[in-house]
Design a protein around this ligand. Structure first.
Ligand code: ADP
Ligand code: HMS
Length: 562
């Protein structure tokens, strides 16, 4: 029987892999999917091309790995769906952000030029490249002293993860490459460029990461005061035609059709960010519905009909999530990444063996061992800053801490303290929104960490809120597919498409009053430590990072002199 249905493809470019999902346009049912792990993963210790050690806080990627996802995961997803590719009417993508590619005018990444393959600054700076904190501090100090009107839209602080801090680092550490670069492009837009052959800058990253507010970038005078050679950064390297979310960025080129096996000429949606596309996929686009996309990091996004300054938020952008509302974003740079670090580096071999024998992951094994302990039974509290603090302190010189360890502390107890610490970090963000008159009325979770039900219950207890969950394992890819359906003209707008194609399970976890009361006590301790180490009373974390950088320079110099 002929299949009369239409389909769209959503491709989610995550931190470690790209996932493609085939979605039915009429109802959002996911028909097939495939994943490709990026061959170069994240380069955060050494540069693959040379083996050279990278300085602390660097995180690079290889753009060709993203194209490999188009070539491999997309056709594999279509094959697994068993559909006729000619029924696919559009493709949409979402990406991590702020993830930046330095390119020539035709989109060629600088690392693909033979003469630059050995230069770290020629590569993609991944969102969690945190080595531009010095530049971010200067941007913030100058913007504060000049009273720049855009600063409140970013909660008073620009992150070292965003476009301007990373761009200034590139200029100051490798000016030759900075001058050779024609565009400083979000990977979210670079991948759409590869699909259509046309560069269009998406309104989401331009606003949140690119300081585009009310149609203007920071002025030449501001940028030139930071560094005279940086004065035309916005005009020359960043500014470009803007595409609105859900619009079509163009049609699939012949080359990209050959890579993906999809029909040439189908619509390609304007680029977007993994967190922001997920809101319509979770049917959570109304004011007060906060969606937390919990994976290696957590990004919280929420719409409001009010424009407000929320201290330490990542940003507020008019139409940044869905048109007609102010889209707010906040985030935690390390969540699953912290759990992964603990599991990979701190758990005894006997635990790893026992988990394997039981056929469980180490995460599952540790969770099982600790889930029945009463709240506070481990005597620990931790700070979740192993990857710095994106909100509300906006400081990537901060680091992790566990307090309360004794000679009887068990590995699973520390694991639980880390799970709890990330929930306390989320509560700090939610309370800041509430205090800023942009109340969080519903909390919805999407992302890979949904798989840990104990973690979800901890969040519900600590937030004292019910938790609803997206009914999809592939929230961002589904969201990208929703944008593809709109771009292809199947729905009038993203809200309408989300209503048909999105999926939500309401109030899956509800708070337990006894646990919540006990967690309130631990949260008070967390807040005390948070302010003590994070708000300048004790800058030990900053001093230790400075020492670490000096030691890395000494080690490199010693290597050169050998
Ligand atoms: N059972 C578990 N409990 C808690 N964390 C887990 C569990 N299994 C995997 N993780 C964490 O989930 C993260 C991956 O989440 P995922 O959403 O797949 O990634 P991404 O954020 O890159 O899209 C890893 O950082 C890993 O540490
Ligand atoms: O910060 C954002 C979006 O603004 C995320 O892309 C970034 O944290 C990466 O997300 P993941 O942890 O890979 O899901």
């Amino acid at each position: 029987m002929a299949d009369a249905e239409s389909y769209v493809i959503g491709v989610d470019f995550g931190t470690l892999s790209g996932r493609a999902v085939v979605v039915r346009v009429s109802d959002g049912v996911e028909i097939g999917s495939a994943v490709l792990d990026y061959p170069h993963a994240v380069m955060d210790t050494t540069l693959a091309a040379t083996g050279e050690a990278l300085p602390p806080e660097w995180a690079l990627q290889v753009p060709a790995d993203y194209v490999a996802v188009l070539q491999s995961a997309v056709p594999a997803a279509v094959a697994s769906a068993g559909i006729d590719p000619s029924r696919v009417i559009g493709i949409g993508t979402d990406f991590t952000a702020c993830t930046m590619v330095p390119v020539l005018a035709d989109g060629t990444p600088l690392n693909e030029l033979a003469e630059y393959a050995g230069r770290p600054h020629a590569y993609v700076k991944l969102w969690r490249h945190h080595a531009a904190q010095g530049q971010a501090d200067r941007i913030n100090d100058l913007a504060t002293s000049r009273g720049e009107s855009w600063l409140p839209r970013y909660g008073g602080l620009i992150s070292s993860e965003w476009e301007f801090a990373k761009g200034l680092q590139l200029l100051e550490e490798d000016p030759e490459l900075y001058n050779r670069m024609d565009h400083w492009v979000e990977a979210a837009d670079w991948i759409v460029w590869q699909l259509t052959g046309r560069y269009l800058r998406n309104a989401c990253t331009a606003g949140y990461k690119g300081i585009l507010q009310d149609g203007e970038y920071p002025s030449e005078a501001f940028l030139g005061t930071l560094n005279p050679a940086f004065s035309r950064f916005a005009l020359d390297k960043v500014a470009h035609e803007i595409g609105q979310l859900g619009a079509s960025a163009g049609s699939l080129s012949a080359e990209a059709a050959a890579w993906t096996g999809l029909p040439e000429g189908i619509h390609v949606a304007v680029g977007n960010v993994d967190a922001h596309v997920t809101a319509p996929a979770a049917q959570a686009v109304n004011p007060g519905q906060m969606v937390a996309i919990m994976g290696t990091s957590t990004c919280q996004v929420m719409n409001s009909d009010r424009l407000a300054e929320v201290p330490g938020m990542c940003g507020v952008v008019d139409g940044g999530i869905i048109s007609g509302l102010y889209g707010y974003e906040a985030g935690q740079s390390g969540v699953g990444d912290i759990f992964a670090w603990y599991v990979n580096n701190q758990v005894p071999a006997a635990y790893v063996e026992e988990a394997r024998a039981l056929g469980r992951s180490v995460h599952e094994y540790l969770t099982e061992l600790i889930k029945d302990q009463p709240v506070g039974g481990h005597g620990l509290v931790a700070l979740d800053w192993h990857s710095g603090n994106r909100s509300v302190l906006v400081d990537h010189e901060l680091s992790g801490l566990v307090i309360g360890m004794t000679l009887t502390t068990r590995p699973e107890e520390i694991y639980r303290a880390l799970l709890e610490a990330t929930a306390f970090g989320t509560r700090a963000i939610v309370e800041t929104f509430n205090d800023s008159h942009v109340p969080v009325t519903e909390f919805i979770v999407a992302g890979g960490l949904l798989k840990n039900a104990f973690l979800m219950q901890i969040y519900s207890d600590i937030l004292r809120m019910p938790i609803s969950t997206i009914a999809s394992d592939q929230g961002p890819a589904l969201g990208a597919a929703i944008h593809a359906a709109v771009a292809a003209g199947a729905y009038p707008d993203v809200r309408a498409a989300g209503e048909k194609m999105g999926k939500l399970n309401k109030n899956v976890y509800v708070p337990n009053e006894a646990s919540s009361a006990a967690y309130d006590e631990l949260f008070a301790e967390y807040t005390r430590l948070h302010d003590y180490f994070g708000r300048g009373e004790n800058d030990v974390m900053h001093r230790l990072k400075a020492l670490k950088r000096r030691a890395a320079v000494t080690a490199r110099e010693a290597l050169v002199s050998v």
